[in-house]
Design a protein around this ligand. Structure first.
Ligand SMILES: *[C@@H]1O[C@H](CO)[C@@H](O)[C@H](O)[C@H]1NC(C)=O
Ligand SMILES: *[C@@H]1O[C@H](CO)[C@@H](O)[C@H](O)[C@H]1NC(C)=O
Ligand SMILES: *[C@@H]1O[C@H](CO)[C@@H](O)[C@H](O)[C@H]1NC(C)=O
Ligand SMILES: *[C@@H]1O[C@H](CO)[C@@H](O)[C@H](O)[C@H]1NC(C)=O
Ligand SMILES: *[C@@H]1O[C@H](CO)[C@@H](O)[C@H](O)[C@H]1NC(C)=O
Length: 772
């Protein structure tokens, strides 16, 4: 690697200069004794066999294994490189006493102690070598963390700890070593995420972190304009392609968990010689420009999910010596320019090479490409979000509203007693199936595990990408009986997954050509629409055109709740047993919590949801779930610019006002739902709502008996006076004509919870209410 060669050259040059100046100088005898002691402590390695008490160290001829460099009277450089494969020093070796000896050479600037069998933790007192510029203690058996004392080495330019057993997380202070230009920590046991402070190391030329257990996103390195070598091989980094300057010469990201598409900037890496992206989950079109980067000699993108078509007349860089495109989803013909002399590996794609053995049928790549989906990254990049203004698009009417329709169609009227239901709760089973069915690779990823745990509470399988096959199977190949409804934006289907669970599938057809990349941000938002009181998002699927990998359709898969809508449980007389007052309050609290989540549980919040009682579904445990809400999607997708209702631009001062109004519109709609819950009869028109509201207003001002008479007769008996009063009052406030006078969602929730508490206190004083 270029970086290493350069630093080796620097060392060598300074070595020669120092030697010619100091050849005749006599070393101080105490320093000679220190070196002899070091020889002894190192158990007299063969590379030091020529050293004895009468050796003039400053005039020793340097060898590739050993050199001592002096300046005036003192030793400034010491290099001892033992034999590769050297085993541990004996048990009586002490790293502590070794370093104690070493620091009596306080003028050392360059220290290499490699392959010597050193073992133990690195004592912090090594920082007493306060002039150190280069420290290389690679290929030993040193363990524990990097001692914090090294942070005082303000002249340190190169730190190489490769091939040891160092562990723990990288300390934050590494980022404040002012002149650090080489940080090489390969083959250790470091873990955790990289400290963001690394992005302050403006002098950094080489960052080698391969073969460790690092994870998480790579910090923003775009300010590291001197960075030439970045080697992250064999860690758990990901998911986003790192942000880098364009001076890179070597970029190795292989064997990690990167799973985004490649940024377009990659075509500007004009100094890039070596690029290894192999064994990740990169998706999207393979950028043909990589073959033509001016300096590229080594290009490995094997074992990813790159799609797209190669062309025979594509041009390549003349420098190219090694190309590995194997095991992707590429179609077309191998470029002619790759035929001559170079090592080219292209197995496991769907290319037309004339060698059927090594290539798969085109249909394979097509199908796989269709299923290319990405679990979106959770961290937003600044700038990106402002670029892609997020539009909360009213996919209400036909499409999402259709979820409610689906639920009606699938209505499984099951009268089961509440206690039995809990044990048979079907989504529990789904969760178990889903989690045992995961490939172990997924489970290794801590994030998935934590996600699964979190979802345990939700009773849903993790958000994931679906394959087109799965969706075709679920809908019986989009059979007409699976079709639920249609709007200008797309269609709505009902479906049944292999595990037996029912889902609602929204299909959005693209009117223009976009890469899957374009939608990652929206998919990320949608993937967060998961809450106990929402019909939650389960996953998505991209269908892509084969030739350019652009997206043709997006499928969004939602939880399907099938135990009747809230109206059928509170105000339809003959359909089923009605909810009692306690249950009604629980349902109202559920809807309010779902609304609160939409407003504040995700960023940007989802407003203007046009909540309706018929769009609130109850599940088997009578948990209320909002099943129709405003889907955050890009207006461009559907070309419905006129219906955009909000954008993410936080700088817009009108934005807050608008958001607040939209929130208050949701509160009003909630008030109508609450009104119907109270009176227990369908309120279909605005007039009806206003009339009942006026009656209620009058009742509130009247006595307890009158108030109670307003409540649905079916539940009057079991309701507490205080509880009814509080509920009515908050309902009236929600229905206030002036949006500014309506309560906040939090206020609504507080009051309903108070009502629930008063109810349980009165009905069963011993058991406090549990409403979630
Ligand atoms: C370690 O023990 C060996 C003999 O077992 C002895 O020769 C050597 O000097 C000891 N080394 C140190 C550093 O004490
Ligand atoms: C020290 O080593 C030199 C050569 O490396 C040798 O000529 C000399 O005799 C040795 N002196 C002792 C005291 O062993
Ligand atoms: C550290 O020393 C070893 C042995 O000389 C060498 O191979 C390696 O390149 C050095 N590392 C750095 C980062 O200079
Ligand atoms: C990192 O490794 C250390 C020691 O090896 C361990 O105690 C710690 O829990 C690990 N941290 C993470 C985040 O895995
Ligand atoms: C409402 O129904 C639930 C479930 O059947 C029951 O536990 C509760 O006691 C009932 N509450 C009232 C006030 O009737």
């Amino acid at each position: 690697m270029v970086g290493f060669q350069k630093s080796a050259v620097v060392v060598l040059v300074s070595l020669i200069i120092s030697l010619s100046i100091n050849h005749s100088e006599q070393i101080q005898s105490s320093q000679g004794q220190t070196l002899i002691r070091i020889q002894h402590l190192l158990n007299n390695p063969s590379v030091l066999s020529t050293w004895n008490s009468s050796t003039d160290f400053c005039s020793l001829d340097p060898t590739s294994s050993v050199s001592v460099v002096c300046y005036q009277d003192t030793i400034t450089q010491l290099h001892i490189i033992g034999n590769k494969g050297r085993s541990l020093l004996p048990r009586n070796f002490s790293m502590e006493s070794f370093v104690t000896t070493l620091v009596s050479l306080p003028t050392l600037k360059v220290l290499t102690l490699s392959s010597l069998g050193l073992w133990g933790s690195l004592p912090g007192k090594i920082a007493r070598l306060s002039y150190l510029e280069i420290l290389n203690i690679s290929s030993n058996f040193l363990y524990d963390t990097i001692p914090g004392e090294l942070s005082s080495l303000s002249t340190l330019q190169s730190l190489a700890l490769d091939d040891n057993m160092f562990a723990g997380e990288l300390p934050h202070w590494l980022g404040s070593l002012p002149v650090l230009s080489v940080l090489s920590l390969r083959k250790n046991m470091f873990n955790g995420t990289l400290p963001d402070s690394l992005s302050n190391l403006e002098n950094l030329r080489v960052l080698s972190l391969s073969h460790n257990y690092f994870r998480g996103e790579v910090p923003d390195f775009s300010r590291l304009t001197n960075l030439q070598v970045l080697d992250l091989e064999d860690n758990d980094f990901g998911t986003e392609f790192p942000q880098l300057g364009n001076k890179l010469v070597t970029l190795i990201l292989s064997k990690n968990k990167f799973r985004d598409g490649l940024p377009t900037e990659i075509s500007s890496y004009y100094q890039l010689e070596r690029l290894d992206l192999s064994n990740n989950n990169f998706v999207g079109p393979f950028p043909l420009c990589l073959l033509a980067l001016p300096s590229v000699t080594y290009l490995n993108v094997g074992s990813n999910k790159f799609t797209g078509m190669l062309f025979e007349n594509q041009s390549c860089s003349g420098e190219l010596k090694f190309v590995d495109l194997s095991f992707n989803l590429l179609t077309g013909h191998l470029p002619k320019c790759l035929h001559s002399k170079k090592t080219v590996i292209s197995d496991g794609n769907c290319l037309e090479t004339g060698d059927d053995q090594s290539q798969k049928p085109v249909s394979f790549c097509r199908n796989e490409a269709l299923a290319v989906g990405v679990i979106p990254h959770m961290k937003n990049r600044e700038g990106r979000s402002s670029k892609a203004a997020i539009i909360a698009l009213g996919v209400i009417g036909g499409v999402v509203g259709g979820i409610a329709l689906v639920t009606l169609i699938f209505l499984l009227v099951r009268k089961v007693s509440a206690s039995k239901e809990i044990k048979k709760y079907p989504t529990r089973l789904i969760l178990e199936d889903a989690s045992t069915g995961y490939p172990s690779k997924l489970l290794q990823d801590a994030r998935y595990i934590s996600q699964t745990i979190r979802l345990g509470a939700l009773g849903l399988p993790a958000y994931r990408s679906f394959s087109l096959e799965e969706i075709e199977e679920a809908t019986n190949n989009f059979e007409s009986s699976a079709f639920v409804g249609e709007s200008s934006q797309g269609q709505m289907y009902k479906g049944k997954l292999k595990d037996g669970s029912y889902v609602a599938i929204i299909c959005l057809k693209m009117k223009r050509s976009y890469s899957t990349q374009t939608f990652m941000h929206h998919i990320e938002l949608i993937s967060k629409l998961r809450h106990k009181h929402l019909a939650s998002a389960l996953g998505h699927c991209f269908e892509c055109y084969l030739d350019d990998s652009s997206v043709s359709r997006i499928f969004l898969i939602f939880e399907h709740v099938s135990n009747g809508n809230l109206r059928s449980w509170v105000s339809e007389r003959h359909s089923r047993q009605k909810l009692n007052w306690t249950q009604r309050l629980a349902a109202a609290i559920g809807v309010a919590k779902g609304m609160q989540f939409l407003h504040t549980g995700i960023v940007p919040g989802v407003y203007a949801n046009y909540l309706k009682i018929t769009d609130v579904q109850l599940d088997q445990n009578l948990v209320a779930k909002i099943s129709s809400y405003n889907l955050p999607l890009l207006a461009e997708i559907t070309g419905q610019v006129g219906r955009m209702t909000s954008s993410a631009g936080s700088k817009n001062p009108a934005r807050f006002v608008q958001t607040n109004q939209e929130a208050k519109a949701d509160v009003y709609d909630f008030g109508i739902i609450l009104l119907e819950i109270i009176v227990g009869r369908p309120l279909e028109s605005r007039n009806e709502v206003d009339a009942v509201k006026d009656q209620l207003q009058a009742a509130i001002a009247s006595d307890a008996a009158t108030r109670r008479s307003m409540v649905d007769q079916a539940v009057q008996r079991g309701s507490s006076i205080q509880s009814v009063k509080t509920t009515m009052e908050i309902c009236m406030r929600c229905l206030n004509k002036n949006p500014g006078d309506r309560p906040s969602v939090e206020d609504v929730l507080w009051n309903l919870q108070f009502a629930a508490q008063s109810q349980s206190a009165e009905v069963s004083p011993s058991s406090p209410a549990q409403f979630n």
